[in-house]
Ligand binder design. Structure first.
Ligand SMILES: N[C@@H](CCC(=O)N[C@@H](CS)C(=O)NCC(=O)O)C(=O)O
Length: 353
């Protein structure tokens, strides 16, 4: 008797809760709610987030037809977004422009310890590409340098931050950079507000490389840092549209910035991550014309484009094969205007062969 009575009381309580939330939805959907709770509970330092007020918002539309339509749209959205998480994705390479290919290759190979993986010249289009990295392209994140004939200078803008390279001895690399006449813009030492030993060096075009002291790692090319104007918006986008995971967040109130590491995989120390940095109060940056995009591997560029659209991103290149190469790609912009290109995994493997 007591059990039946208790179970009825629990049911009544549940119904009451459902009734209470009937006219509300969580402002940015379940995913965002999950993200929000993650942020609040997983933040490593004192962290307050301005988006919290948006959590409960009145629901738009209340007729049954509207509700059914909304439910159907939600199911489609959820299915594409869910698919993005299970897609076979990997950060492939980062593309940017340099003014002197030989000078840059010399700096990356002699000072940063990268290998020149391949070069291709496209005289019809008047440019040359060089691929460099710490291992083969089919398993490592690499750089794709573009040299446009006759262009020797680029504006890097204020939004691009740096590339992160994990090294076992920061001082040793800094000494090599100095010996080769390279620029060291920040001497080795603990990062402000933290313990990791870092240094900053600049390549011949002024692209910054953060050297981060770590033990041996399968992926020394560990970060691409981009500045964003709204961290919650950016993280939610990379989670939904790209199927990435939020691996770490760190707020640094003394230095007035918060960063979020997003990527594919579980262990930040073993993969390349996108480091999204929010500087308190800064919502706009310039992009210049040097940094271009990151490339991501996918099993389906068409579904990818659908997921990006559902997550509120902008498709700037409709999915489909490239002329001549036949590799299927699609390209999009994130909410801050950073471009990414998705490349079909099978087509890319054929290209690499
Ligand atoms: N205001 C900085 C925020 C990001 C930041 O400060 N990052 C750390 C590395 S995670 C840094 O550059 N620290 C400089 C230092 O410790 O000297 C920016 O936009 O670059």
């Amino acid at each position: 008797m007591v059990r039946i009575y208790l179970s009825i009381r629990i049911k009544i309580l549940l119904l009451f809760c459902l009734r209470l939330f009937k006219n509300y939805h969580f402002g940015l959907g379940l995913e965002s709610f999950k993200t929000w709770t993650y942020w609040v509970f997983a933040g490593t330092q004192s962290f307050s987030f301005p988006g919290v007020q948006r959590l409960l918002q009145p629901k738009a539309g209340s007729s049954n037809i509207e509700k059914a339509a909304a439910a159907q749209t939600m199911t489609i959205k959820d299915s594409v977004v869910e698919w993005a998480k299970s897609d076979n994705r990997r950060l492939l390479h980062v593309v940017y422009r340099v003014g002197d290919l030989d000078k840059t290759i010399k700096f990356y190979t002699e000072c940063l310890g990268m290998k020149l993986l391949r070069k291709r010249d496209i005289p019809e289009e008047k440019y040359t590409n060089a691929f460099l990295g710490y291992g083969p392209e089919d398993s490592h994140f690499v750089v794709e340098l573009t040299y446009n004939y006759g262009v020797d200078k680029y504006d890097i803008g204020t939004g691009f931050g740096h590339f992160g390279i994990a090294v076992e001895d920061v001082q040793k690399v800094v000494d090599i950079v100095k010996a080769k006449g390279g620029k060291v813009s920040r001497e080795p030492g603990p990062v402000k507000g933290g313990k990791s030993i870092i240094a900053f060096v600049e390549d011949p075009d002024g692209y910054k490389f953060e050297l981060i002291q770590r033990g041996p790692t399968p992926e020394p090319f560990c970060q691409v840092m981009l500045r964003v104007g709204d961290l919650e918006r950016a993280v939610t986008f990379y989670e939904k549209a790209f199927g990435m995971k939020l691996l770490r967040m760190r707020d640094n109130p003394e230095q007035k910035y918060t960063l979020a590491m997003v990527g594919y995989g579980e262990e930040e120390q073993k993969i390349t991550v996108l480091e999204l940095t929010y500087n308190y109060g800064v919502t706009e940056y310039t992009k210049g014309n040097g940094y271009a995009q990151i490339a991501v591997g996918t099993d389906d560029v068409y579904k990818t484009a659908a997921a990006v659209r559902e997550a509120g991103g902008t498709i700037v290149r409709e999915p489909g094969p490239l002329p001549i190469l036949n590799t299927k790609i699609t390209a999009c912009l994130d909410p801050d205007g950073w471009k990414s290109v998705f490349v079909d995994n099978v087509d890319l493997a054929k290209e690499l062969e």
